[in-house]
Design a protein around this ligand. Sequence first.
Ligand SMILES: [Zn+2]
Length: 315
Amino acid sequence: MKLSRVEALQGAIRRLKDGTTEQLFLEKELFNTEAGIRGERRLRKKFVEFYFPQGYEIIWNNCLSLNDWPVQIDGLLLTDDVAIVIESKNISGELHFDHVTGEFYRIDSSGLKTVMDSPAIQVEKHIRFMKAWFAAHSIRMRVDGLLVFTAKQSELKTLPLNIHTCRLHHMIELLFKIINNYKPQTNSQISLRYIKNLIESNQQAFLQKPLSLHYSIKPEQLKPGIYCKQCETPTIVKHTRSWRCTECGIVDNDSPIRAIHEYISLFGEPVSNHEIRKFIGINDRHTVKRMLTLDGFEKTGQKRHSKYFIKEKER
Ligand SMILES: [Zn+2]
């Protein structure tokens, strides 16, 4: 039931008043998130051209952590001689890495300049992370990285100094070049399958920070109610044994739980009965209590001080 980032953003956007700064911010964020997902999809598709008979493993969407340091790495290619961190960025326009200032910026088709966090720094960080992660698991593995720009309408005007960077079209050839830079390791001991299994068994649920942390949204700014997934309006109401939309008539018994997850994606955990009542526009605390005790939540505190978390296995 946990909402994806896209679902969380869509949920928040429709509850905000049209045209507010917060809504525009979130719409931009939604646009970027969806562009990122499309870019990753394109990258994975391209990977079918990676024909490497010596054997390799590729692991997509890695959520790993070392102590309290979490990372999300788009792709990790494992070969006998080197592991390569692959990051995809779907940014269109003219792209510049300024070697003097270290800045990364884009100039779009209308000539507008936008400075962004440098994705090359992110790759450097992820290389450093993977080196530390392998060391912590006693695996001798060299680590390199590749930054791939997936937008069709993008032009790389300058490249970063320390990180291999290319457009998607060039990715496979550049991967081979990087691998060829590494001399075969003597007595490389552990099988790639073993390393892959180890990485997969160490995957963690990626904890999204509540949206309100970034955009300072307050509960009062949001339209209350339970939204119908079909009509996208807060028109779900409780009937004797079911939750039904007053507009289209659809029965959707998951809708109140989805609304609780919407609240959590905005404001985090734990939540109180009172907060949820206000958010979904239902006055009856017993109805809300039933929702919070039955469906994937756990309670701390007693009676009116009760607060609720999402159960670990539901994350
Ligand atoms: Zn409806």
